[in-house]
Write a protein that binds this ligand. Structure first.
Ligand code: SF4
Length: 184
């Protein structure tokens, strides 16, 4: 992503990781991306009753270049999928995605040819939020969980080690027969 990725392992990298995580989680700006009924709950989250401004996130950006969080609120139609991907590609790095509601996460009740059966077919998702529709409190909860995730994100060599460990855990969780097939 940036120069922090080149830092050697050790005290400096750990310190930069903590500082970068803290700065990133406290400066999230969502992109405006309401697609269906879930978007009403997302808008409600920005009102004074739920007060998204507590986290400095009330400013929904109308341009992807000034946003680093996409909240996919609602079902994604096949026609909208390429637009969604383009907006995601134009967002600033590093960026995160919350899939809000069952429709965005899996197509929900719209099991048909017109709706994408899960937005993770189009873009990577960091947090899945269940419900139809999820209440603003649930969206706030998923945002706080995403904050935790961002704070714990590894950089540089630490990231490579974390990816290796995750892959090992994934293989260990597979049935024995599949493990033997996959192990070189
Ligand atoms: S999950 Fe429910 S509220 Fe959200 S877009 Fe689908 S039908 Fe609408």
């Amino acid at each position: 992503m940036g120069i922090e990725e080149k830092l050697p392992s050790g005290f400096l990298l750990t310190t930069v990781e903590k500082a970068a995580g803290w700065a990133r989680k406290n400066s999230l700006w969502p992109a405006t991306f309401g697609l269906a009924c879930c978007a009403i709950e997302m808008m409600a989250t920005g009102t004074s009753r739920y007060d998204l401004a507590r986290f400095g996130m009330e400013r929904f950006s109308a341009t992807p270049r000034q946003a680093d969080l996409m909240i996919v609120a609602g079902r994604v139609s096949q026609k909208m999928a390429p637009v969604l991907r383009q907006v995601y590609d134009q967002m600033a790095n590093p960026k995160w995605v919350i899939s809000m509601g069952v429709c965005a996460s899996s197509g929900g009740m719209f099991n048909n040819y017109a709706v994408v059966q899960g937005v993770d077919h189009v873009i990577p998702v960091d947090m899945y939020l269940p419900g139809c529709p999820p209440r603003p409190e649930m969206l706030l909860d998923s945002i706080l969980k995403l904050h935790d995730k961002i704070q714990r994100e590894k950089l540089g060599i630490h990231r490579a080690q974390a990816v290796e460990e995750a892959e090992r855990d994934r293989l260990r969780a597979l049935p024995i027969a599949s493990q033997q097939e996959l192990t070189p």
